[in-house]
Design a protein around this ligand. Structure first.
Ligand code: PHE
Length: 465
């Protein structure tokens, strides 16, 4: 195990790692079916709007908090608020959220591990009917030993990467896995494009049906802008704190790269998954049914289906590994900074706590439930509907309360003072200044208001359940 220096190799290292964290199940699994369900291009436009007023500003703020304080969530808010007890206490919730999501994510990822193997050994090629696909999924998820061992194996691989440290573990893995993931997506995209030919005009992404946009679609788009950029769980704060201090560091540019790459991957995934459905003439389904029932069946109906089934499950596996390591890291950083633990000891502690929660959770997910809600579904609802928005809300309120618009603007655009002078005319400089002020204004006003709405709406729906 390495004693790391807690720093990326530079801005590119940061971008790779943050992009690899952002690309996950939300992009490859959830985004395509939301596009299919809520009016295609209409949902895309709605999502882009929330990306601009919610996701991107919060991303800027989280990275800035980490960069300025040089600390993870456990201490960052306390340091920047100059020792306020209030800001010492509340951000601990974010660490807790990261831990819960990490374990829950590992449980679901265990299913992908299992399916990647089933697919590799040809288990999916034999499926002919929807009934058979459902039975396979049910028999897989009701085998407690299989499900638990897949989840445990997944968590061990992720912890092994994290244990190698920030630069040697997380950054190195990301530098390998992100290009691999993009290559698979591009190959699948080209194949879909080739097979759709003139039918491409009817691809759901190119059809805008605004009648399908209702309050649920709006909330889903807001929630997605949050989750897909790995916000509200301390990941981007921790990653921001590993950025080397330098006059050339531009948080605005790096966040721009992360948000743009993440959106492009979501678009590519939606293009592929919805394109596969269009080629096979199958309607898109939602939730686990899409990945574990509809897609395996569909792969059997298209040319080179075996290859694509394997590529697809491999793609999901890479995306979950890179996301999982980024959920584990803030918790490790918290243990290191708040309890002065060595990285190795923090990882050991995570193993003990993580496995103690993971095993019953994975095991329980295989048992028939007595009430409507299983423990896994409860974790999902509580973390995505309550804890993550709460984590975002803490940062959203912290920025106007403790940093303010002017200081935030200076942090986000710290490199711009030199670059503006270099090649902009006075008009260009005026526009750029105006844009910078607008961005900072969105971060301190519009974004906190939107997050408050998301949070209370989520609370309301949770109480209604
Ligand atoms: N962004 C990841 C996804 O899209 C999920 C994630 C959330 C990862 C929070 C890390 C932290 O699936």
């Amino acid at each position: 195990m390495k004693q790391d220096s807690n720093a990326w190799s530079g801005q590119i290292g940061f971008v790779f790692s943050a992009v690899s964290s952002a690309i996950g199940l939300a992009n490859i699994w959830k985004f395509p079916y939301m596009v299919g369900q809520y009016g295609g291009g209409a949902f895309l436009l709605l999502y882009l709007l929330f990306l601009l007023i919610l996701g991107f500003p919060l991303l800027l703020c989280e990275i800035s908090v980490g960069y300025e304080s040089r600390a993870g969530v456990g201490r960052a808010y306390y340091i920047l608020s100059k020792g306020s007890d209030f800001w010492k206490r509340w951000p601990k919730i974010i660490v807790f959220t990261g831990f819960i999501v990490g374990i829950y994510y590992a449980c679901v990822a265990g299913w992908f591990v299992g399916y990647a193997f089933i697919s590799l050994f040809g288990g999916l090629s034999q499926l002919e009917t929807a009934q058979q696909a459902r039975e396979l999924f049910e028999s897989f998820t009701s085998d407690p030993y299989l499900v638990t061992s897949c989840a445990v194996a997944f968590l061990i691989v992720c912890l092994a990467i994290v244990s190698q440290g920030v630069k040697e573990g997380i950054e190195k893995a990301s530098r390998w896995l992100v290009p691999l993931l993009l290559t698979i997506l591009i190959a699948m995209g080209l194949w879909v494009y080739y097979h759709l030919q003139t039918q491409i005009r009817h691809h759901p992404l190119l059809v805008c049906d605004f009648s399908k946009i209702h309050s649920k679609a709006i909330l889903e788009a807001m929630g997605h802008a949050f989750f897909t950029l790995s916000l509200g769980q301390g990941t981007m704060v921790a990653y921001g704190s590993y950025l080397p201090l330098s006059k050339k560091t531009s948080i605005a540019k790096m966040a721009g790269w992360v948000a743009a790459s993440d959106t492009i991957v979501s678009l590519m995934s939606a293009f592929c998954v919805l394109g596969f459905c269009q080629i096979a003439g199958i309607a898109i389904s939602t939730g686990p049914g899409l990945v574990f029932e509809t897609l395996p069946l569909l792969f059997n109906q298209i040319p080179m289906g075996y290859l694509f089934a394997n590529l697809f499950f491999f793609l999901l596996l890479i995306a979950t590994i890179t996301s999982e390591i980024s959920v584990i890291e803030p918790v490790i950083l918290y243990l290191q900074q708040s309890f002065k633990m060595k990285r190795a000891k923090a990882i050991r502690l995570y193993c003990v706590a993580g496995f103690s929660l993971l095993m019953p959770l994975a095991y329980e997910s295989t048992l028939p439930t007595f009430s409507e809600v299983s423990l896994l579904a409860l974790f999902d609802t509580i973390s995505t509907s309550l804890l993550i928005p709460l984590g975002g809300l803490i940062t959203a309120l912290f920025i106007p309360a403790a940093i303010g618009r002017r200081s935030l603007q200076k942090i986000i655009f710290s490199d711009n003072q030199q670059s503006v002078k270099k090649y902009y005319t006075s008009f260009g400089e005026f526009v750029l200044n105006w844009l910078r002020q607008l961005t900072a204004w969105v971060c301190v006003t519009l974004m906190p208001i939107s997050i408050l709405i998301v949070f209370f709406q989520a609370l309301y729906s949770l109480c209604k359940c």
